[in-house]
Design a protein around this ligand. Structure first.
Ligand SMILES: *Cc1c(COP(=O)(O)O)cnc(C)c1O
Length: 432
């Protein structure tokens, strides 16, 4: 399969090149030139992620050197499950797709691990990579967990000191070994600026082979299709109908994977994007005018995105907004509505949501009564214990910590303070 840039159809790449480059030359994002229709016969009876991933993803790797490694990559990447849990107490059939059973308890573990497993096979022998990541919370820890202990790579994380949740900060700083964590005296935007500047810095380029693990990378997007396929096929085979998905959305990476899965023929019904008070996507679908803006801080902080990059992929697929609006819908959810969903559902449904997942829960509760007869899947993007300082006061009790999180919280923090300048970052990286 060939991937083309959203901005220039003559910028083309196979899968491994697209993964190494991340962003296409000229700033576009890689998209499949043609979607290969799925042949349901080729899909296994067993819908566990490691069994489903190779046949599902094979067309995307066809003709690429990675095709031969795909089975091994999937075995390396899909080592934790994405359980589909039926909800009780809802007016109609509803389930939760739990994407928080990886090492850092958020869905980004899936993409980060598949990217690490892919780069391990793409990189040239003897070549040492340095993955440089600016993070506002969940991405950095997922990348650290996925690359930690792999002998061919160093990871450098930059996060804004004091601006992530205490447990997020711990998950960023608890690694050591080949992971170096910098607590930057600045904002997330400062961290991103420093990373961008580092990629353009000749002194660094002369010494390090810098690589990114950005969420627009195909190596993070493609594996996310697998859990949507697994969940849809479970419901399709049991009930003979396509489930609808409600997806907490920020930069649109997770939801784009669901749209792609449906495009290749996975039995997905409606896709509803739940955003927080960052309204760029719902406003676009309503008004037809694409107006990116600075992000506003909300309780669902991993979704605080004012200029969702992956919209470029959806607009490439559905160039006019009317068509796009028939393929996805979007609702914005306020902080008060997030709090209310967490508080109410803890007793009404016996489920404790993280602030991101709570946006999907709120959207579900707003559905017109007749639509609740369809099967709805609420996508749980993180475990609530990761955001205990928000969730616990609302429900009046502690949230039990999953063993994965417990393990990380038990490790000592090792991080370095860093001023928010390229000079400071360069000096540290070149000093070793
Ligand atoms: C990153 C993240 C999101 C948003 O996902 P996008 O792919 O950026 O839309 C939602 N919830 C959690 C917990 C996240 O970490």
């Amino acid at each position: 399969m060939t991937f083309v840039s959203t901005r220039a159809s003559d910028v083309r790449a196979g899968l491994s090149q697209a993964i190494v480059e991340g962003l296409a030359t000229g700033g576009g994002l890689y998209v499949p030139e043609r979607v290969a229709a799925l042949s349901p016969d080729a899909l296994p009876d067993r819908l566990a992620l490691d069994a489903l991933a190779p046949p599902l993803l094979k067309p995307f790797a066809s003709g690429d050197p990675l095709e031969a490694d795909l089975d091994a990559i999937c075995r390396d990447a899909f080592v934790f499950p994405a359980p589909l849990v039926r909800l009780a107490g809802t007016p109609g059939p509803a389930s939760v797709l739990e994407l928080f059973h990886g090492p850092t308890c958020a869905f980004k573990d899936f993409g980060a691990r598949f990217l690490a497993a892919s780069l391990e096979r793409i990189r040239r022998d003897g070549e040492r990579l340095t993955i440089l990541v600016a993070t506002s919370g969940d991405t950095g820890s997922a990348v650290a967990a996925a690359f930690h202990g792999r002998p061919w790579v160093d990871v450098v994380l930059l996060y804004p000191k004091g601006l992530v949740s205490p447990r997020q900060a711990h998950q960023l700083a608890c690694w050591g070994g080949n992971v170096r964590t910098f607590a930057v005296a600045g904002t997330f935007d400062d961290c991103q600026r420093m990373v961008k500047a580092a990629f353009g810095d000749p002194a660094l380029a002369g010494r390090l082979r810098l690589s990114s693990a950005n969420s627009i990378n195909l190596g993070r997007l493609l594996p996310q299709m697998v859990y949507y396929a697994s969940a849809s096929l479970q419901i399709w085979r049991a009930e003979g109908r396509k489930p609808n998905f409600i997806i907490p959305t920020g930069n649109l990476g997770n939801a784009s994977a669901c749209v792609w899965a449906r495009e290749i023929g996975v039995p997905v019904g409606d896709i509803v994007l739940a955003t927080n008070e960052n309204r760029t996507i719902p406003d676009y679908l309503e008004s037809g005018a694409w107006r990116p803006r600075p992000s506003v801080a909300t309780l669902a902080s991993a979704m605080d995105v004012g200029d969702p990059s992956n919209m470029e992929r959806l607009r490439w697929l559905f160039p006019d907004v009317e068509t796009l609006g028939r393929r996805v819908s979007a609702r914005s959810v306020s902080n008060d509505e997030i709090r209310a969903a967490i508080r109410t559902d803890a007793t009404a449904l016996g489920h404790v949501w993280c602030p991101h997942t709570a946006t999907a829960a709120h959207v579900y509760h707003q559905l017109p009564r007749e639509r609740t007869r369809e099967h709805w899947v609420l996508v749980a993007t993180a475990h609530p214990a990761k955001f205990n300082e928000i969730v616990e006061p609302l429900i009046g009790r502690d949230v039990p910590v999953l063993p994965a999180l417990e393990r990380l919280l038990g490790r000592p923090r090792q991080e370095e303070d860093l001023p928010a300048t390229l000079d400071a970052l360069r000096a540290r990286l070149l000093d070793g």
